[in-house]
Design a protein around this ligand. Structure first.
Ligand code: KG4
Ligand code: ZN
Length: 341
C-alpha cells in the first residue's frame, strides 16, 4: 500500500510516500528555519502562511522526485495534532482536498505516534513492547509502546521540552534558531564539566518526569553574573556543559524506567534524538544495562512526513477512516488500545 504522508504541525512543510510502513519512496521537507530565525523561535502566524505557500509545491516535488502521481496513491495520512492549529490546518486541508477529489481513504495521525514510527523505516526496528524516549521541540516524554496505535505515557516534562531548552539557551547565546544542532556542533570542542548546571527532577516522586525550565534559568543567571562567553573556548564549554546536563538527565531517567518496566528495547526519537551526545550516551547505557538502543537517522528524528505515512499505514490497514470534517487538535491525546498491523 502506498501512503502519502503530510505534515505541517510546526515549521516544516513535509510530504512523503511510503510503502507498507517500511520503504520510503520519496521524502521532501521544506524548512522555514530562515523565516523564524530572526525571531529566535517559531512565529505561529508566519508558520501558517509559509505552509500555505509551500504545501502544494512540496507535494508536487515529492511525487515528481519518485516519478509518481496521485493515481499511484492508495491512502493519505496527515498529522492531526498536537501542534500549532493554524499550521496543522494547512496539511489537513490539503489532505482532505486530495482525499475528496481522488476518493482516497484518509487518516489523522498523532505527531508523536509519527515520531515513534520513524524507526520502522529502518532495518531491524524494535519489537513490542518497548520504551520510547520522545524528545522534540514541543515534547519530552517516556512512553511505553505496546503496539502500533497503542502507547502509554509514563512520564513527561512538567515545563519546557528538551528541544525548547536547547533553542532558548541557543537564543540566549546568540546562536540563532533552531539552536539544538548548533549547540551539538559547538559542544564537541568544549569541556562538559566547565560550568556546573543543576540536574533537575531526580527525586523518587517525580521519577519519570522531566523539568528543564530550572536549567534554562540557570543558564540565564550564569550569563547575567558572568556575562556572555568571552571567546570560542568559553562558548564551547558553556554548550558542552549545558548539553551534558540535558543528556545526563534524559539517559538516567530512561535507563531507570527501562529497568523498572523490564523493557530491554529502547528507542529515542524526535528532533533532539539527532543530538550526537544523546545518541552516544544512550548507546553506552544500553551496553552497560543490557538493553538494545534504536535511533533513526538524524533526518528522520526531526519533523518529516515519512514517519507520518508509516504511522498512518497501520491505521489505514486496520480500516480506520477519518471523516472529511476532521479538525486540527492542538492537544490530541496519544493513541491507546489499538493493536494491529
Ligand atoms: O521533532 P522536531 O523537528 O519538531 C518538533 O516536533 O518539535 O524537533 C525540533 C527540535 C528543536 O528544538 C531543535 O533544536 C532540536 O529538535 N534539535 C536538536 C538537534 N537537532 C534538532 N537538539 C539537540 N541536538 C541536535 N543535534
Ligand atoms: Zn516533531
Amino acid at each position: 500500500m502506498l501512503v502519502l504522508g503530510l505534515e505541517s504541525s510546526c515549521d516544516e512543510t513535509a510530504a512523503a510516500v511510503v510503502e507498507d510502513a517500511t520503504r520510503v519512496l520519496t521524502d521532501v521537507v521544506a524548512s522555514q528555519a530562515e523565516v523564524h530565525a530572526r525571531f529566535g523561535g517559531v512565529v505561529p502566524e508566519l508558520a501558517s502562511r509559509a505552509h500555505v505557500v509551500n504545501v502544494v509545491p512540496v507535494i508536487d516535488a515529492a511525487l515528481a522526485s519518485a516519478d509518481l502521481s496521485l493515481d499511484d496513491i492508495d491512502g493519505i495520512a496527515v498529522t492531526q495534532g498536537p501542534g500549532l492549529v493554524g499550521a496543522l490546518l494547512v496539511a489537513i486541508q490539503a489532505a482532505k482536498a486530495i482525499a475528496y477529489a481522488r476518493d482516497l481513504p484518509l487518516v489523522g495521525v498523532h505527531h508523536l505516534e509519527g515520531h515513534m514510527a520513524a524507526i520502522q523505516l529502518e532495518p531491524n526496528p524494535p519489537p513490542f513492547p518497548h520504551l520510547a524516549l520522545v524528545v522534540s521541540g514541543g515534547h519530552s516524554s517516556l512512553i511505553q509502546v505496546n503496539g502500533n496505535g497503542d502507547v502509554e505515557e509514563i512520564g513527561a516534562t512538567r515545563d519546557d521540552a528538551a528541544g525548547e531548552a536547547f533553542d532558548k539557551v541557543a537564543k540566549l547565546l546568540g546562536l540563532g534558531y533552531p539552536g539544538g544542532v548548533v549547540i551539538d556542533r559547538l559542544a564537541k570542542q568544549g569541556d562538559p564539566s566547565a560550568v556546573p548546571f543543576p540536574r533537575a527532577m531526580t527525586t523518587a516522586k517525580t521519577k519519570d518526569d522531566f523539568s528543564f525550565s530550572g536549567l534554562k534559568t540557570a543558564a540565564l543567571n550564569r550569563v547575567r553574573e558572568h556575562g556572555q562567553p568571552k571567546n570560542e573556548q568559553e562558548l564551547a564549554d558553556f554548550c558542552a556543559s549545558f548539553q551534558a546536563t540535558v543528556v545526563e538527565v534524559l539517559v538516567r531517567k530512561t535507563r531507570k524506567a527501562a529497568r523498572r518496566l523490564g523493557l530491554d528495547h529502547v528507542q529515542v526519537c524526535g528532533g533532539v534524538a539527532a543530538n550526537s551526545k544523546l545518541r552516544a550516551e544512550l548507546r553506552k547505557a544500553g551496553d552497560e544495562d543490557g538493553f538494545a538502543v534504536y535511533v533513526p537517522p538524524p533526518k528522520r528524528c526531526t519533523d518529516n512526513a515519512a514517519m507520518i505515512a508509516a504511522a498512518g499505514y497501520h491505521r489505514l490497514a486496520r480500516g480506520e477512516r477519518a471523516v472529511l470534517t476532521m479538525n486540527a487538535s492542538s492537544s490530541l491525546p496519544l493513541p491507546s488500545g489499538a493493536h494491529g498491523a
